[in-house]
Ligand binder design. Structure first.
Ligand code: NAD
Length: 470
């Protein structure tokens, strides 16, 4: 794997201020495949200064020219899809088919959508006797997780650039190689020096320094609720804009009139994709008591093809989880599910292979809403199937966690599913298997976060208004 021993700051690869490094581990083999520098507060400071220096020029760049640079970035990422997919598979362990179809492709679509938005968005509007200017917020500090490493970076960088902001990215420590590839793409796309900067480093050092930096105007964070809460507090104390995309525990509600075979199969696939490491995964399947046994049987059958194996294999559908800590954590949750009385119908805590952070695809039946596995985010290939008695009961269970990121509803009639979705406390709902839309706002209700990413709503996060009265 290609690794750089430097940081991308001010349009060039600069040596890190310190000597610390981060080992990048392939989770399928447990082998160290590369080392990258562990950035310090000094590196973060250099990156923020480079961004600040670039801000006036980029903010004054006409939107059409910003759109052209974003289109160039989209094209470079499209040309490098195979390299991206290979890198994501090596450091995240994602099956290569998924790496190509999602990890390497979705960022191209998102960058493309912001190229179009930058060109067409009305950065000015007339309200009565006022002209309202939509101006860039300034220097953005972006802190991203490892689960969709390139998507998470692009979902922040692309709208920031479209808005006229400049940005410093601190990527997750488990997936820095994908972030370095992104920095190369930024350079190749001809973005002016300092507009995008990438500093690798660990969260409690580089991440914290970025979140707390006094010259950062907006902190955009995606990751765990625990860290998000701290970042929100730091930003609040400094009266700084903040966007938080946090965890989830989404419900897949299968109403009695639904096509159960289809809904269960799609629900299992949703949870097993990316080894369950998707913040919006529908990890709780809610089934009516009358159809419960049938659904459990269908879920057991649907999970069988997800045999954990070498993620480089084109036929692999389930890779490992990202690291040893996640491996231990997910297995701990499986043990807890058993201890609290849930019925294990597939998989279990016993690792399927001696080497690699693999987890057997796991399905629990007879899960009750208050159990730990029905309340906390597991972030592994673990599905819980819950029973409900009637629609109000289903709604109570669906809304009964601290999270509200996503969800799904299945019913015979679309209107029946929509009526239920309107009552859900969550930011996204897929109706009868609706497809992902990169233009629809993505973000959470309740403790799943603050703010929205993607599309016009995502762009608005990076803008502030100035009203001129006439
Ligand atoms: P994490 O919170 O540990 O880390 C996320 C990022 O924050 C990393 O870059 C990390 O280095 C950094 N970080 C860690 N401690 C920090 C600190 N004290 N100050 C500043 N930065 C710090 O989360 P993770 O384990 O990388 O990711 C998994 C979590 O992310 C899950 O809970 C998942 O649901 C959530 N997630 C949410 C979304 C969403 O859009 N809502 C998307 C992906 C992941």
């Amino acid at each position: 794997m290609k690794a750089r021993s430097s940081m991308y700051i001010g349009g060039e690869w600069r040596p890190a201020a310190g000597t610390g490094t981060i080992a990048v581990v392939n989770p399928a083999t447990e082998q160290v495949i590369a080392e990258v520098p562990a950035g310090t507060a000094e590196d973060i400071d250099a990156a923020v200064r480079a961004a600040r220096a670039a801000f006036p020029g980029w903010a004054a760049t006409p939107p059409a020219e910003r759109a052209a640079r974003l289109a160039a970035l989209r094209d470079v990422m499209a040309a490098r899809k195979d390299e991206t997919a290979e890198t994501v598979t090596a450091e995240l362990g994602s099956p290569v088919r998924l790496s190509k179809a999602v990890h390497a492709s979705s960022p191209v679509a998102v960058a493309g959508s912001y190229a179009e938005l930058a060109a067409s968005y009305a950065f000015e509007e007339r309200i009565g006797n006022s002209t309202v200017l939509m101006e860039p917020v300034g220097v953005v500090g972006a802190i991203t997780p490892w689960n969709y490493p390139l998507h998470q970076i692009v979902a922040k960088v692309a709208p920031a650039l479209a808005a006229g902001c400049v940005i410093v990215v601190k990527p997750a420590e488990d997936t820095p190689l994908t972030a370095q590839l992104f920095a190369e793409a930024v350079r190749e796309a001809g973005l002016p020096p300092g507009v995008v900067n990438v500093v690798t480093g660990i969260g409690t050092v580089a991440g914290q320094a970025l979140a707390a930096h006094e010259d950062v105007d907006l902190v955009s964070f995606t990751g765990s609720t625990a860290v998000g809460r701290r970042i929100g507090a730091t930003a609040g104390a400094a009266v700084k804009r903040v966007a938080l995309e946090l965890g989830g525990k989404s419900a897949n509600v299968i109403l009695p009139s639904a096509d159960h075979a289809r809904a269960v199969k799609a629900g299992v696939a949703n949870v097993m994709t990316n080894s369950g490491q998707t913040c919006s995964a529908w990890t709780r399947m809610l089934v009516h008591a009358d159809r419960y046994d049938e659904a459990v049987e269908a879920a057991v059958a649907a999970v069988a093809p997800y045999r954990p194996g070498d993620p480089r294999d084109e036929l692999c559908r389930l890779g490992p989880v990202v690291n040893a800590a996640q491996h231990a954590r997910v297995r701990g949750y499986i043990d807890k599910g058993v201890a609290e009385g849930a019925r294990l119908v597939a998989g279990g805590a016993q690792p399927p292979h001696d080497t690699g952070y693999f987890i057997a695809p796991t399905v629990f039946a007879d899960v009750t809403p208050e159990m730990t596995i029905a309340q906390e985010e597991i972030f592994g290939p673990v599905l819980s199937i819950l029973r409900y008695e009637d629609e109000d009961d289903a709604l109570r269970i669906a809304n009964g966690t601290v999270y509200g990121l996503a969800g799904a509803v299945w019913a015979g009639e679309e209107s029946e599913a929509v009526a239920f979705a309107r009552r859900m406390d969550t930011g996204q709902v897929d109706i009868n298997g609706g497809r992902f839309n990169p233009l629809a706002p993505f973000g959470g209700y309740k403790q799943s976060g603050v703010g929205r990413e993607l599309g016009r709503h995502g762009l608005a996060e990076y803008l502030q208004t100035k009203s001129l009265q006439f």
